[in-house]
Design a protein. Structure first.
Length: 129
């Protein structure tokens, strides 16, 4: 797959080679990326998960000034399992991540000493697609 020449990064168009993210990036740590074109949002007011699938027609509106970016790419090579902040193509890796999190094996980010426990009771796992 050929890499693009440019990317939208930190609010501007830059050469692709300059668009770098760290391993503590929210999308990597919290599974907030798109998987095979599927995206979900938690609606806390209604206590429901809103799932948008390929082909769904949606309207995005901002209540205040905002930036919006839609990013596409090659399809994933298979389904993904999402539980809390963990995303993997294998359920056993999610279970290992839970055990590692409980034992504080992940470490913390720079300047972050707060430990957030796993959700109790455990939320139901989600599988996409």
């Amino acid at each position: 797959m050929a890499l693009p020449r440019f990317a939208f990064f930190r609010g501007r168009i830059v050469p692709y080679s300059e668009a770098r993210v760290g391993v503590l990036t929210h999308a990597l740590n919290y599974g907030t990326g798109c998987f095979g074109g599927i995206r979900a949002y938690w609606n806390a007011d209604e206590q429901e998960l809103l799932v948008f699938r390929p082909g769904d027609h949606i309207t995005i509106r901002a209540k205040t000034d905002a930036r919006f970016m839609a990013l596409g790419g090659e399809p994933m090579d298979g389904p993904r399992h999402i539980w809390w902040n963990f995303v993997s193509s294998r359920k056993d890796r999610i279970e290992q991540a839970k055990a590692d999190w409980r034992m504080a094996r992940f470490g913390s980010g720079p300047g972050d000493s707060e430990f957030i426990p796993l959700p109790e009771p455990e939320p139901e796992a989600v599988r996409y697609p």
